[in-house]
Design a protein around this ligand. Structure first.
Ligand code: HEM
Length: 486
C-alpha cells in the first residue's frame, strides 16, 4: 500500500472522516454513491470514528484495494500502521487448516522435497498475480480466459506440466528451470492442480484448457506419430484448444449407451461421423474434439478437427460461461481414418483409463457449539481427502503406468467419489455458517456462493459419484482372496 505518502493525522483531529485499519478516509463525496447506502455512513458510531470492525463485518478486504476506493484515503492515524491484509500474492495462508498440512508451519511430510516447496511458491505467485485477476474479470463478463494468460502459462510450460510427468516434458524448460523434466513427478502435478483450485473460480479454471487435461491424453497415448506431431505441440503451446467429447443427452456416464456413429466411407479412407454431444467443457472454443463414437466393432475414439459439419453452441450451466461448456453436433463430418485413437472398437479402454484417473452475534460465531461441530466436520473431511490424495500420488510416483491402471483405478474412483461428496457437505455447511451471504454472488460470501453452486460439477464430471464409488468397490471385490473366511 502507498501508506508512505499519506500524511499523519492525530486521532483527535480525524473529525468528520472515518478510520479503517489506522487509515483515514474522506467519504464525503463517496457517501451518495456507497452501495451500502448513505445512512450507515452517517451513523454516529461510524462517522468520525474508528469503523474498522464495522467495515470488516460487511466487506471483503479487496474493496479497499480497488483504485476507485483507494482514492478516498487521505492519511494515516499519527503513530499507527495498518496491519490488516487480504490475500497476499504468493504467500501461504496462516489460517489453521487453510493450507494442506505440508505447507503449514511446524508440520512435516514424507512426500514433498525442498524442490517441491520452491515449485509451489512459484506456482502460487504466478496464479495470484496472473491468473486470479483474470479469473475475477472473466467470471464477471462470462468470456473465455484471456489469451494473454494462456500465453503466459505457455512460457512456463504450464500446459505441458498439467499433463503430468512423461515424455511430453522432454526438452522443455519448466517453471523457468525450477524443475528438470526428468524430476517432475505427480506431486508437482498435484501442486499445480491444487493451486488451480485455490483460484476459487470453478468455471474459469476449466476454461483454462481444462478440456485438454482430459482430451489430449488419448492423443498422446493412442494417436499415430503423425497425428501427435501435429496436434500435441499446437495444444501444449496454448495455440489450439482440445476437448473430450463423450457424454450425450441420452447417455452421461454410460459410455456404452452412446449414439454418435462413425461409419467408414466407401473407399475406407475416412470416418463419417453423425450425432451430438452435450456438456462438453471448452467445446465452444475448441479446435479439436476427442470424440467417442459407436462403430461397427463397438466403441471407437476419433480425433475430429473443427471444420464443415461441426457446430458448437454454448450451454448455460450453473457455473460460468468462461468454461465454454458446449452442445456439439456432427453432421456428416469426414475425418481421415488415421485420426483413430487406439484400436477400432477399443475405445472403452482409451476412455475409462483416463476418466477414472481424473481427478481432480453478538458473540463470535464460533462461540456456538453447533458452528464448531460444523467446522470440525469440514476440517476432518478436508484433511482426510488431502491425506488420501497424497498417498495415492505417492503410489503413482512409484508404479509403472500399467500398474497404476491395474491397481489404482478402484482407489482413485473411490477417492474421487469421496472427495466430491465431502466437497458438497462442506459447501452446505459453509452456506449455513455464512447465511444469506453464502447465497449472494457479490460481497463477503461470494466464494462460498460460487463453491456451493459449482461443486455439483465435480461430483458429476468424469464419472458420477455413485457410479465411481461402485466401480471402486467392484474392483476391491474382484481382488478378494477366494479362500478368506470370517
Ligand atoms: C472506505 C469506505 C467504504 C467503502 C469503499 C465501501 C464500499 C462498499 C461496497 C463496494 C459495497 C458493496 C458490497 C460488496 O458487494 O462487497 C458496500 C456495501 C456496504 N457497506 Fe460499505 N464501504 C465503505 C464503508 C462502509 C462503512 C464504514 C459502513 C458502515 C458500517 C459500510 C456499510 C455497508 C453496508 C451495510 C453495505 C451493504 C452490505 C451487504 O450488502 O451485505 N460501508 N460498501
Amino acid at each position: 500500500m502507498a501508506s508512505a505518502q499519506l500524511r499523519q493525522i492525530p486521532r483527535e483531529e480525524v473529525g468528520k472522516w472515518v478510520i479503517i485499519d489506522s487509515t483515514v478516509y474522506d467519504l464525503s463525496r463517496f457517501k451518495a454513491m456507497h452501495p451500502g447506502g448513505l445512512s450507515v455512513l452517517l451513523d454516529p458510531e461510524v462517522a468520525g470514528q474508528d469503523a474498522t470492525e464495522a467495515f470488516f463485518a460487511l466487506h471483503r478486504y479487496e474493496v479497499l484495494e480497488k483504485p476507485q476506493y483507494k482514492r478516498l484515503r487521505i492519511g494515516l492515524v499519527a503513530g499507527e500502521k495498518p496491519h490488516i491484509h487480504g490475500r497476499i500474492a504468493g504467500e501461504l495462508s496462516k489460517v489453521p487448516y487453510g493450507e494442506p498440512s505440508w505447507l503449514a508451519d511446524g508440520y512435516y511430510s514424507p512426500y514433498y522435497s525442498e524442490g517441491h516447496r520452491k515449485f509451489q511458491k512459484a506456482v502460487r505467485q504466478f496464479f495470484d498475480e496472473v491468473v486470479y485477476p483474470d479469473a475475477i474479470d472473466r467470471e464477471a463478463d462470462g468470456k473465455r480466459p484471456s489469451q494473454s494468460v494462456i500465453d503466459k502459462m505457455t512460457e512456463l510450460n504450464m500446459h505441458a506440466m498439467r499433463m503430468g510427468p512423461g515424455k511430453h516434458l522432454q526438452g522443455r524448460v519448466l517453471m523457468n528451470g525450477l524443475v528438470k523434466p526428468e524430476e517432475f513427478d505427480y506431486f508437482h502435478e498435484l501442486i499445480i492442480t491444487q493451486e488451480f483450485a485455490r483460484s476459487s473460480l470453478r468455471g474459469y479454471g476449466d476454461g483454462l484448457l481444462g478440456g485438454k487435461v482430459i482430451g489430449l491424453p488419448p492423443v498422446l497415448n493412442f494417436g499415430s506419430e503423425e497425428l501427435k506431431a501435429k496436434v500435441v505441440p499446437e495444444v501444449l503451446s496454448g495455440k489450439k484448444f482440445i476437448c473430450l467429447a463423450i457424454s450425450e443427452a441420452h447417455a452421461g456416464s454410460d459410455v456404452m449407451g452412446l449414439q454418435t456413429t462413425a461409419k467408414k466411407s466407401e473407399d475406407g479412407k475416412e470416418w463419417i461421423i453423425n450425432g451430438s454431444k452435450k456438456w462438453i467443457t471448452n467445446g465452444t472454443f475448441a479446435d479439436y474434439f476427442t470424440v467417442g463414437c459407436k462403430t461397427e466393432d463397438g466403441f471407437t475414439v476419433i480425433l475430429v478437427e473443427r471444420g464443415p459439419g461441426v457446430e458448437t453452441k454454448q450451454i448455460k450451466t450453473s457455473y460460468s460461461t468462461t468454461a465454454g461448456t458446449a452442445y456439439i453436433t456432427f453432421d456428416n463430418v469426414r475425418v481421415p481414418v488415421g485420426n483413430t485413437l487406439g484400436e477400432e472398437g477399443g475405445g472403452i479402454f482409451v476412455i475409462l483409463r483416463w476418466t477414472t484417473q481424473r481427478k481432480v452475534f453478538g458473540k463470535p460465531l464460533h462461540s456456538q457449539a453447533v458452528i464448531r461441530a460444523k467446522l470440525a466436520g469440514m476440517i476432518a473431511r478436508a484433511e482426510s481427502v488431502q491425506n488420501w490424495l497424497e498417498n495415492i500420488t505417492y503410489q503413482m510416483c512409484n508404479m509403472s503406468y500399467r500398474q497404476q491402471a491395474g491397481t489404482l483405478a478402484g482407489p482413485i474412483a473411490l477417492l474421487k467419489s469421496y472427495s466430491t461428496s465431502c466437497g458438497q457437505d462442506t459447501a452446505r455447511d459453509a452456506v449455513q455458517i455464512f447465511g444469506g451471504r453464502g447465497i449472494t454472488q457479490t460481497g463477503m460470501g461470494k466464494f462460498i456462493e460460487h463453491y456451493h453452486r459449482t461443486i455439483p460439477f465435480d461430483s458429476l464430471l468424469g464419472g458420477a459419484e455413485d457410479v465411481l464409488a461402485d466401480l471402486g468397490v467392484r474392483q476391491a471385490l474382484r481382488a478378494m482372496p477366494k479362500d478368506a473366511r470370517l
